[in-house]
Design a protein around this ligand. Structure first.
Ligand SMILES: Cc1cc2nc3c(=O)[nH]c(=O)nc-3n(C[C@H](O)[C@H](O)[C@H](O)COP(=O)(O)OP(=O)(O)OC[C@H]3O[C@@H](n4cnc5c(N)ncnc54)[C@H](O)[C@@H]3O)c2cc1C
Length: 457
């Protein structure tokens, strides 16, 4: 039986582990965090109630994860979404073409122009290639006009990509606007969003059971510290328990043993993968591979989770398109999924994406809440800090790859050039916006590539 070490127990690593176990591999999954699910992991908010560290939902077009859930008996509940845009001091409902026509921060002709441009993009442009060489800003200015850029798209892109907003490829925006949801049929009026019953943890637990049921191991709080080549095999040096407290650099972890494998599938971010490789192994990668790893920049997610004693807004998702605001999104989880699912408690995520060295990165939950207070009050003038029952802060360093023009040429392939060593991560999701669905798709593809490569004589 061939053996494989999967590095990372996010949805990608667990899916790859599951598929490889089904294909007859002996699978060990190593995970740095003391829990499953990576970016979609949950935590205990108290009394055994679980909630995702970062807001997560599924789209009706997310067929890969939906089929995985169906296969494993994980039920997805579908909920009516409600979206708003906060601009010019007010939240504007933004769920349907009619809402766009009523969107007062834009002059009326600009609203019509924006709607038509969106419709044309969805109807006429089925391929990404024509958009790869131009920025989203360039396309928006020429197709929707200056107002649409200045009042809607510019602030949104700055929220996600900071000072790199103007470099973002139209290929990324094309993916966001065309692959996810079409403005037609019943969904033109209300979008339905999915959320696994019992949180995303249910899916991760099922994947773990399936791997372990086939003789594999899912080792949480057991990071990989080093990967090296030893003859025909790979050796994985294992980091000691609690290494996650040290941070993300695997070279800083105290080590606790070594195991040998026929193959290694890493599902970690590019910087972590680069740091895991011993020099000899790094030198055997396809020429230029290491450069590709470092050529992709990421922005970090900074997510403050607030337990509120009441409803904060009428919307699930509020895009904050006002440059004066200290955060870029408000996601009121319990306006999508009923508070009953969380022991009758209510949760609001306050979302930000920043450059890795942004000063916001150094604030704790209390300081961040104080910093956000004027912004929260602008969205809901009644808001009072006494509404907050508890707060938690999560930071994800390699959350959002910066998809600038020319991105396709920088993507590191899954095959690294060393037979049996594969990298599978969010930077390879293109032109779609990264998400759990695509992590599942990529993991299945990688597992089948590894299984068929090793079956070759
Ligand atoms: C704020 C935010 C909101 C999001 N919202 C959505 C959403 O609504 N819908 C959606 O579908 N997707 C959403 N996503 C994206 C989604 O979470 C990711 O695309 C997906 O979870 C990526 O899965 P992955 O397994 O590829 O990577 P990850 O989840 O990043 O998994 C990688 C794993 O590797 C582990 N690791 C790191 N170093 C080591 C090491 N040395 N040894 C062992 N393990 C290690 C990490 O701890 C992690 O568990 C969101 C992401 C963020 C940050």
């Amino acid at each position: 039986m061939s053996t494989v070490a999967v590095i990372g127990a996010g949805v990608g690593g667990l899916t790859a582990g599951y598929e490889l176990a089904r294909a007859g591999w002996k699978v060990d999954v190593y995970e740095r965090w003391p829990g499953l699910g990576g970016q979609a992991a949950t935590y205990d908010v108290g009394a055994g109630v679980l909630l995702e560290r970062y807001y997560h939902h599924l789209f009706t077009s997310d067929d890969d994860i939906a089929s995985l859930c169906a296969e494993l008996g994980v039920e997805i509940g579908w909920h009516r979404s409600s979206v708003a845009f906060f601009a010019e001091g007010a939240s504007h409902s933004f769920n349907s073409p009619l809402d766009l026509l009523r969107f007062s921060p834009l002059p009326f002709p600009a609203r019509v122009r924006m709607g038509l441009a969106l419709l044309m993009l969805q109807r006429r442009h089925k391929a990404v290639e024509p958009f790869e060489g131009r920025t989203a800003q360039d396309w928006i200015l020429s197709s929707m006009g200056r107002h649409a850029w200045e009042r809607v798209w510019g602030p949104l892109l700055r929220g996600k990509f900071g000072d790199r907003a103007e470099d973002i490829s139209m290929a990324w925006l094309w993916g966001k606007l065309t692959l996810r949801r079409q403005i037609k049929g019943a969904e033109a009026r209300t979008e339905m969003l999915g959320y696994p019953r019992g949180t995303f943890e249910t899916l991760f637990m099922r994947l773990r059971e399936e791997i372990e049921g086939r003789g594999g191991r899912v080792l949480i709080d057991r990071p990989a510290a080093r990967i090296a080549r030893r003859g025909e095999q790979f050796s994985v040096t294992i980091g000691a328990n609690s290494s996650f407290r040290i941070g993300h650099d695997p070279r800083a972890y105290p080590t606790d043993g070594e195991e040998a494998y026929d193959a290694v599938m890493a599902t970690v971010s590019n910087p972590v993968f680069g740091r895991l490789l011993e020099d000899d192994l790094a030198g055997s990668l396809t020429p230029g591979y290491l450069e590709r790893l470092t050529s992709i920049e990421y922005h970090s997610a900074v997510c403050l989770v607030l337990e509120m004693d009441r409803r904060f807004s009428p919307f699930y998702w509020t895009n904050v398109a006002d440059p004066g605001m200290p955060f870029v999104g408000l996601i009121e989880q319990t306006n999508l999924v009923s508070p009953e699912a969380y022991g009758d408690r209510r949760f609001l995520y306050v979302a930000n994406y920043t450059a890795p060295d942004d000063p916001l990165q150094s604030l704790d939950a209390e300081m961040l809440l104080a910093r956000y207070e004027p912004g929260l009050r602008r969205v809901n003038p009644q808001y009072d800090p006494s509404w907050v029952r508890a707060s938690w802060l999560f930071r994800e360093p390699d959350a959002q790859p910066i998809v600038a023009v020319g991105y396709r040429d920088r993507i590191p392939p899954m095959e690294t050039g060393v037979p049996g060593l594969m990298l599978v991560n969010t930077t390879q999701i293109y032109p779609e916006d990264r998400g759990t669905n695509y992590a599942v798709r990529l993991a299945r593809k990688a597992a089948s590539a590894l299984a068929s490569a090793s079956a070759r004589p």
